[in-house]
Design a protein around this ligand. Structure first.
Ligand SMILES: N[C@@H](CCC(=O)N[C@@H](CS)C(=O)NCC(=O)O)C(=O)O
Length: 233
């Protein structure tokens, strides 16, 4: 039976979500939990203090990555798995589709982001974090061009529908949105802007994506899940 919003687990505890600010993977999970009004204990880990590499955390996530969910004795890693677990435990609103076509479309879009968009985005993000932009500039330009092809597909989809999976917000929107916002934050840095990757003209180039991003900011729990340190810097 799906849980109602005020239920605790069999040990009488709220489930816990371990996360770090700015992680798109953790953000997906927090957005899912907030959208569903899941009662949970927030366990924020400070990356700067290496709290995600502390022995107590490695005991539940031996990769030392966020997010992790703990529900009583049950521990789950991997953001997609956690989103699926939350959807199964807290049915309302369903984020993986109300019909077979909707479920299929949602997974199609999740796959597009996981298998196509994200690997391209990493080809830009990793050199930025590594401080090796110049050495990778040619590859960054190729990755950016391919990312624009992916964004054109998203544009076409949200031109006809409000949401990627159809007529209600779904896991595909959450995953796509968090991944896109993370990329836009990185390509918005001055040192990346000078490469002219074409993300500055987002609103003109992708008006339907712009409207979709705006819709995303109005979903239930959006503000609570927003990465807190992004509000400051
Ligand atoms: N496949 C994992 C990826 C999680 C992940 O890479 N998290 C990053 C933050 S964005 C992390 O914790 N990195 C810390 C590290 O690897 O040291 C998921 O979907 O949850």
């Amino acid at each position: 039976m799906a849980k109602t919003k005020d239920m605790t687990n069999s040990s009488g505890q709220l489930l816990e979500i371990f996360w770090g600010s700015g992680s798109p993977f953790a953000w997906r999970v927090l957005m899912t939990a907030e959208l569903k009004s899941v009662p949970f204990e927030s366990r924020r880990l400070q990356f700067t203090e290496k709290e995600h590499k502390a022995p107590a955390y490695l005991a539940i996530n031996d990769r030392g990555e966020v997010p992790t969910l703990r529900d009583g004795n049950f521990v789950l890693t991997e953001s997609l798995a956690i989103m699926t677990y939350l959807d199964a435990e807290y049915a309302d609103p369903p984020l993986f589709g109300r019909s077979s076509p909707a479920t299929g479309l949602i997974w199609q879009w999740i796959s597009v982001f996981v298998y196509h968009f994200d690997p391209l985005a990493v080809r830009i993000i990793a050199p930025v974090f590594g401080g090796v932009l110049d050495a990778f500039e040619d590859d960054i330009q190729v990755a950016a061009a391919n990312l624009h092809s992916e964004l054109s597909r998203v544009e076409e989809s949200v031109e006809g529908n409000l949401w990627l999976g159809g007529d209600s917000v779904s896991a595909a929107d959450i995953i796509g949105y968090c991944d896109l916002e993370f990329l836009l934050r990185i390509v918005g840095r001055d040192e990346v802007k000078r490469l002219r990757l074409g993300f500055d003209e987002l609103e003109d180039r992708y008006p339907s994506i712009t409207a979709w991003r705006d819709r995303m900011t109005r979903i239930e729990g959006y503000d609570k899940a927003y990465p807190p340190h992004w509000r400051i810097s």
